[in-house]
Design a protein around this ligand. Structure first.
Ligand SMILES: NC(=O)c1ccc[n+]([C@@H]2O[C@H](COP(=O)([O-])OP(=O)(O)OC[C@H]3O[C@@H](n4cnc5c(N)ncnc54)[C@H](OP(=O)(O)O)[C@@H]3O)[C@@H](O)[C@H]2O)c1
Length: 328
């Protein structure tokens, strides 16, 4: 993979990922930029999974030193990039040190800044699905399938929510197919809970190597519980973390983190939507919040997270991004 680091001729934001050209953002960004009055373009930089640190350094140095290169959104390489380039950043925003990652690169005058936006953007997406007070007295639980970066962001958000004294699921359950990341998440969450001095936050961690194990965990959930697919299965790998025999909880909420791919998990939920009165949501709002928070940081633009301007951004994204969304 060779990236083109030629001097930007107009304000440019970069997307640092793996197959950036396939993302809907390539079609959505120009339309959003027009609407927001940002005179800029977007370009992708592709890297291999766990690429050579020198390649991350090359990209970050290019952005840092090229005047019209304004910043970047980072996916997949969030930990590796910060690890390789930490000394290039004059400032790191909230969560970056705690989570050892950045998803946003921006400039403040001559300073290069990195931010970890995921706990914020996953939280905004969560709040779009689950209204304030939903968990109060309901007994409903939350099952997160997967213990990767976005599950960690979601658990971080939930710990912040507990710190703020807001309503929470009666139990948060995290299932992962292998032990390493499950333990990492567990240790991380325990440290955050202890530092925040929170008592009585009920988080359970289960090693679940098979889809049948995950089915059993779903079957035990109480009415109104939320099931989240944060495994990437359906997009990053084939299939679903559940089997077709899964039984979702009555009046449950089902959230697939992705919006493109062969989303079998979403199909499994939709098959029970009527019979179980489910609310089924894909990752489209997560995509929109993820991008708009980083665009706001990169272009120093106040972009609301709800209301008429946000609604218009959603409509523009649906119009511009729809073909790629359907094509997966
Ligand atoms: N819509 C959006 O804008 C948006 C934003 C953020 C993330 N996402 C999507 O969310 C997905 C997850 O992202 P991520 O960054 O958290 O990925 P990640 O770091 O790769 O983590 C995925 C986790 O799921 C686990 N897993 C895989 N198969 C499983 C199974 N059958 N049962 C239980 N656990 C399983 C993996 O286990 P191991 O530990 O064994 O590998 C890993 O811990 C990705 O597809 C990403 O594209 C979408």
């Amino acid at each position: 993979m060779t990236n083109n680091y030629s001097k930007a001729e107009k304000a440019t934001m970069y997307f640092i990922g793996v197959t950036t050209g396939k993302s809907s953002i390539m079609k959505v960004f120009p339309e959003w930029a027009k609407y927001l009055g940002i005179y800029a373009e977007i370009k992708g930089f592709d890297f291999m999974w766990h690429d050579d640190p020198a390649r991350y350094m090359e990209a970050v140095n290019f952005i840092k030193n090229d005047p019209l290169s304004m910043g970047a959104l980072v996916t997949t390489h969030k930990l590796d990039l910060l690890d390789a380039c930490r000394n290039e950043f004059e400032g790191l925003g909230p969560y970056a040190n705690e989570l050892h990652e950045i998803s946003s690169i921006s400039k403040r005058g001559n300073e290069l800044w990195g931010h970890a936006k995921d706990p914020i953007t996953v939280g905004l997406s969560f709040e779009a699905i689950v209204k304030d007070g939903y968990w109060n007295g309901s007994g409903a639980e939350m099952l997160i399938l997967g213990a990767g970066g976005s599950s960690l962001a979601l658990v971080t958000y939930l710990i912040d929510r507990a710190k703020a004294g807001r309503d929470l699921p009666s139990k948060i359950i995290v299932n992962n197919r292998s032990e390493k990341r499950l333990n990492e998440l567990k240790n991380h969450a325990a440290k955050m809970v202890a530092e925040a001095g929170i008592e009585g936050m009920n988080i359970e961690y289960n090693l679940c190597p098979t889809a049948a194990d995950n089915d059993a965990a779903v079957a035990k959930l109480k009415e109104g519980s939320l099931v989240v697919n944060a495994t990437g299965l359906g997009k990053d790998g084939p299939g679903s973390p559940l089997t077709d025999n899964v039984v979702f909880p009555e009046k449950g909420l089902v959230w697939e983190f992705n919006y493109r791919g062969d989303l079998v998990f979403l199909e499994q939920a939709n098959a029970q939507k009527e019979s179980k009165s489910l609310t089924v949501v894909d990752g489209w709002f997560y995509f929109i919040h993820g991008w708009t928070r980083v665009i706001a940081e990169v272009f120093h633009k106040d972009i609301p997270t709800e209301g008429p301007v946000f609604d218009e951004l959603c409509k523009i994204a649906a119009r511009a991004g729809a073909p790629a969304k359907k094509a997966g």
